[in-house]
Write a protein that binds this ligand. Structure first.
Ligand code: NOJ
Length: 537
């Protein structure tokens, strides 16, 4: 009886938790997911046609990278209208259909909101640059140069060279943290916040479940425009390395986040704010939740997923930090996205199941990236003339850009991997699609795709995996990563051998296997790179 009551109370906790707390968020780069009209570019109808696949995978939400009208200099991160859909991706009606069809399958849609900058083709900027006295002049960051031909200070764009662009029409410079075609908005002007929050409401009214906030820590710059400290050495673009204290993570960001959180809180259904938060450490990340937990619900933790080496000590330390420094909030782990080389290439290829397990079997909310579940690799262009991402053009050959992690989704072994019927998809389909594709892996219970599905299912159905505490155990000397997921009635152990040698570990209690990557893994004995998940009885 007591046992039944316990199980029931656990399920009540599961039911009352907010949906995003233990969700799996799946990032789609719409250009590359599924093309429905044969123009070589993925689109909204294409995504809708693949919802059954995503439902079967078990995800809770889709984060769509920007689909708004855009000159596509930064493939959508340069927005020229925040309240419409770019025709190359479809129409608002297609968007509504996507939201509706996704909802029918229990999947929510998250938009990417780019509040730091617009396109230089946005009507706001066109007005702003038209004259020094235009009412929108102050919507962007305009300054006089230090001297003729010299920008106001030494700030650098993240995408190479000075962050200041001279505008000959009005004789001043404007600030851009990213490309010159992405002028930064001036968040010290309250009209900017009003305009941006209007766009936020537009999408909330259309039923989106929340937003991934692009470059959110970059909203403000030092008002005195003091130079950044020069650190020595040069970056991939040949510019001097600089600190970012004057242009990143200024305290004013928190005021905007609190106001934005108030906006989304007025909507029913647990709308969520996810932040793109590449920060210097767990203390900074912790602040993004807000002092009173009134800012981001899910700032991305980029510390765990970018360890990039199979080192149990580093994982144990960082997962522990993520768990203990968030004051009861949820960490959000990420190993892959459209800006970083795919985890398959950053880690040992044999580590794909380990990466999936750290992502999906820890307590954190999980964010994955299309193609991760089948083991897609980074396919970087080999010739400068093939590069589509301007970073790769500016930085070649040290920085080859991000095309490699944005190649089309590999659905099957037919032409263009089932992505498009076009003779020339916007990025070439990697030849690996002959063997690495959804159709092939769906048919194989031992595939990486099957592993992801089983982990996601376990995360939903096993109370300890769904809601249990996360306690890291110290097997560092063996380079084995072990943790417990615990609810009052149930304990599950997860053990990952991060090394190329078989390992034996001491574990207390009787073990009943739930999921293992290798039938020879017993929990206490782990073949190279093996993962074992079992109930402790
Ligand atoms: C971060 C996005 O993820 C990246 O793709 C983009 O280029 C920059 N922000 C600028 O918006």
């Amino acid at each position: 009886m007591i046992r039944i009551a316990l199980v029931l109370s656990l399920f009540a906790r599961v039911a009352s938790a907010q949906w995003w707390q233990h969700a799996v968020v799946y990032e789609i780069y719409p250009r590359s997911f599924q093309d429905s009209n044969g123009d070589g570019i993925g689109d909204l109808k294409g995504i809708t046609s693949r919802l059954d696949y995503l439902h079967d995978l078990g995800i809770d939400a889709i984060w769509l990278t920007p689909i708004y009208p855009s000159p596509q200099v930064d493939f959508g991160y340069d927005i020229s209208n925040y309240e419409a859909i770019d025709p190359q991706y479809g129409t608002l009606a297609d968007f509504d259909t996507l939201v509706h069809e996704a909802r029918k399958r229990g999947i929510r849609i998250l938009m990417d909101m780019v509040m730091n900058h617009t396109s230089d083709q946005h009507p706001w900027f066109i007005e702003s640059r038209s004259s020094r006295t235009n009412p929108k002049r102050d919507w962007y960051v305009w300054r006089d140069g230090k001297a003729p031909g010299q920008p106001p200070n030494n700030w650098l764009a993240l995408f190479g060279h000075s962050a200041w662009q001279y505008d000959s029409g009005t004789g001043q410079y404007y600030y851009h943290k990213f490309y010159p075609q992405q002028p930064d908005l001036n968040w010290r002007n309250p009209a900017v916040e009003r305009a941006m929050f209007r766009a936020v409401r537009f999408w909330l009214d259309r039923g989106v479940a929340g937003f991934r906030l692009d470059a959110i820590t970059n909203l403000f710059e030092d008002p005195q425009l003091r130079d950044e400290r020069v650190l020595g050495g040069t970056n991939a673009y040949g510019d001097p390395n600089e600190d970012d204290a004057r242009t990143d993570n200024l305290p004013e960001v928190h005021d905007v986040l609190r106001s934005l959180r108030m906006v989304i809180n007025t909507y029913p259904g647990d709308r969520v704010l996810i932040g793109e938060t590449y920060l210097h450490g767990p203390e900074d990340l912790n602040k993004m939740y807000g002092r009173n937990n009134d800012e981001l619900q899910l700032p991305m933790d980029m510390q765990v997923g970018l360890i990039d080496t199979l080192d149990a000590t580093a994982y144990r330390r960082r997962i522990t930090e993520a768990e203990t420094m968030v004051r009861g909030n949820m960490p959000l782990f990420v190993f892959n996205n459209h800006d970083i080389h795919r985890s398959w290439d950053r880690y040992h290829p044999a580590a794909a199941r380990i990466v999936a397990t750290i992502l999906l079997a820890t307590r954190a909310t999980a964010q994955m990236y299309y193609g991760e579940e089948i083991g897609m690799t980074t396919t970087t262009p080999t010739r400068k003339e093939d590069v589509r991402d301007p970073i790769g053009v500016i930085g070649w050959p040290r920085e080859k850009g991000r095309d490699g992690e944005r190649t089309p989704m590999q659905w099957d072994a037919t032409a263009n991997a089932g992505f498009s019927t076009s003779a020339s998809p916007w990025l070439p389909v990697p030849s690996s699609s002959d063997s690495v594709n959804v159709a092939r892996e769906q048919a194989n219970p031992g595939s990486l795709l099957s592993w992801y599905k089983r982990l996601i299912a376990l995360r939903r159905t096993d109370p300890a995996m769904a809601r249990g505490d996360n306690a890291m155990l110290d097997y560092d000397s063996l380079n084995v990563l072990v943790w417990l997921r615990k609810t009052p009635g149930r304990t599950v152990v997860v053990a990952c051998n991060l090394s190329a040698q078989p390992k034996t570990i001491v574990l207390r209690g009787a073990l009943r296997p739930i999921l293992r990557s290798d039938s020879a893994a017993t929990g206490r004995s782990l073949p190279p790179y093996a993962v074992y998940i079992g109930a402790v009885e």
